[in-house]
Ligand binder design. Structure first.
Ligand SMILES: Cc1ncc(C[n+]2csc(CCOP(=O)(O)OP(=O)(O)O)c2C)c(N)n1
Length: 514
């Protein structure tokens, strides 16, 4: 068997059976091996940002890595933004990057590039396999690295001759250590703070946002009087009726500061001290007052559930009742189609177990609260601030969870970065309903211009408005094989959403906002 086949066999034996791909010539032996060995589902993305974003969505939902297959430095480069998002989300991913044959690199052919240099900033582990015999053990190591807590990006670079030369066979994945347990000092410190009666904010992120951990967090808060809040960009939050609802810290600096000013302590669980998305003149970067003392219970890489249960035990909170969300759906709206009308419709129709991929930005900030009382579901937010995440992420989540409906909420600006994801959804017949918030602008940038104290002018209007011409989302969806409809009133949107959520397969709604 050649190196490529040894890698495919290693991946499959290691439980990696989905490959989001956009290949080229240097990956041909790997492609051939994917035909020769059965068992890998290969999902084509028509731009590498779709490939890497889909791998992010897949890994967030299954807590296990998919592989990506990308073509040399430029292909990897096209996928960087969503690898950046995935790294911030601690999503496990294995990138396989084709490279020229080892002896060809010296000649500086057109596609020769510093692939390791491109890979490192968005990877936790990078290796170029030197020979065919190394490919399988390196692949096995890549799986182990990706699976290390809290989830890592492993990038394996495969020179073409290491793929076509003779190899020794597949390799076994080394044992991956379980997440480290927190030490007794962290428990004692946080217990003391929470017992003190001094105003304390319990800030949670990462795996603390899964149902079981959330219940323990709520027991602790109810026992001690601490206030609960989540980080702003959460990779995956389990929410809805019967689960614990926790508000997010606001995006706007002044609003966040107003929320945190009352606290003397902040206890951190799977997150860091909250930091402003951007710096602004005369505003702080850190979103807690100087007088507020941080205490870390558990980092993202540590065993968060274990730490919370230990702390609850220490505080005598193990039997305290958690506060669980009561079920409830809002009334449908009529008339003007604004974010509240969209929120009400989502709250009215959201099906049980749906996965919501949210890149709705300015409009979406008002939408999520309408859905807290809906049946249990997962909500995926942006973690890395790089837009063009939503449509690919929804695509990957749908591949990961074929029995669950996926609802993709996206700003029109964000959706245009990786619109090709719709084609993958059509080709794979993925059960994704996409809602485009067509405000026909980069609305957030209008706000940010005011936030930095500048005045709008002709050039900022030209840079921030998506008019001249208007984007025709229904036509674009149709061109990629996805049925779509435009809604301009609340009534039209309500009907379109009900339709989209009731059919199985991709569907797009262009919500033209007033
Ligand atoms: C890769 C990348 N490029 C550019 C930006 C800057 N940026 C942030 S939000 C935004 C516009 C988003 O527009 P849209 O999705 O329509 O949402 P809206 O602001 O209208 O709510 C841009 C260009 C970014 N965050 N990431």
């Amino acid at each position: 068997m050649n190196g490529a086949e040894s890698l495919v066999r290693t991946l499959l034996a290691g439980g990696v059976d989905v490959c989001f791909t956009n290949p080229g010539t240097s990956e041909m032996h790997f492609c051939a091996a994917l035909d020769k060995v059965e068992g890998m589902r290969c999902v084509l993305g028509l731009f590498e940002g779709v490939v890497t974003g889909a791998a992010d969505g897949y890994g967030r939902m299954l807590d296990k890595p998919a592989a990506t297959l990308l073509h040399t430095g430029p292909g990897l480069g096209n996928g960087l933004a969503n690898l950046h998002n995935a790294k911030k989300a601690h999503t496990p991913i294995i990138n396989i990057i084709g490279e020229h044959a080892t002896y060809h690199i010296q000649h500086d052919a057109p596609l020769t590039a510093d692939i390791e240099g491109i890979a490192w900033p968005v990877s936790d582990w990078v290796k170029t396999s030197p020979t065919a015999a190394d490919v399988a053990p390196d692949g096995a190591q890549a799986i182990a690295e990706a699976c290390k807590a809290p989830g890592q990006i492993a990038t394996l670079i495969l020179p073409a001759d290491t793929a076509w030369n003779e190899a020794k066979g597949s390799a076994q994945v080394p044992k991956v250590a379980a997440p480290a347990k927190v030490n007794a000092d962290a428990i004692a410190d946080c217990a003391e703070v929470l017992r003190s009666g001094e105003p304390t904010l319990l800030m949670i992120g990462g795996k603390a946002l899964r149902t079981e951990a959330l219940e323990v967090v709520s027991r602790i808060a109810n026992q001690t009087g601490a206030t609960l809040m989540t980080e702003f960009g959460t990779a995956r939050t389990q929410r809805g009726a019967g689960r614990v609802t926790v508000p997010r810290i606001p995006y706007i600096v002044d609003e966040a500061l107003r929320v945190t000013e009352a606290y003397q302590h902040i206890v951190l669980v799977g997150t860091k001290v909250p930091i402003a998305f951007f710096a602004y003149p005369d505003k702080p970067s850190v979103l807690i007052p100087d007088s507020c003392e941080p205490h870390t219970l558990a980092t993202t890489a540590e065993d968060i559930l274990h730490a919370l249960e230990w702390l609850a035990d220490e505080l005598g909170a193990s039997q305290t009742a958690p506060t669980l969300q009561t079920p409830g759906r809002p009334e449908l709206r009529s008339g003007t189609l604004d974010p509240d009308a969209i929120g009400a419709a989502l709250g009215c129709f959201l099906p049980e177990n749906v996965i919501v991929s949210d890149e709705s930005l300015t409009a979406g900030r008002r939408v999520a609260p309408f859905t807290v009382g809906c049946p249990p579901h997962d909500w995926l937010y942006g973690t890395g601030g790089s837009i063009g995440r939503g449509l690919p992420e929804a695509t990957g989540a749908a591949v990961a969870c074929p029995d669950r409906k996926v609802l993709s909420l996206s700003g029109d600006g964000s959706a245009m970065y990786t619109v090709q994801a719709l084609w993958t959804q059509a080709r794979e017949n993925l059960d994704v309903t996409t809602v485009i918030f067509a405000n026909r602008s980069y609305a957030i940038l209008h706000d940010e211009l005011r936030n930095v104290g500048a005045q709008p002018g002709a050039n900022t209007q030209a840079m921030f408005n998506l008019d001249r011409p208007h984007l025709d989302w229904v036509a674009m969806a149709k061109g990629m094989g996805v049925e779509g409809i435009r809604a301009e009133t609340a009534e039209q949107f309500n009907k379109a959403l009900e339709t989209g959520l009731s059919i199985k397969g991709p569907y797009l709604i262009e919500a033209v906002l007033s």
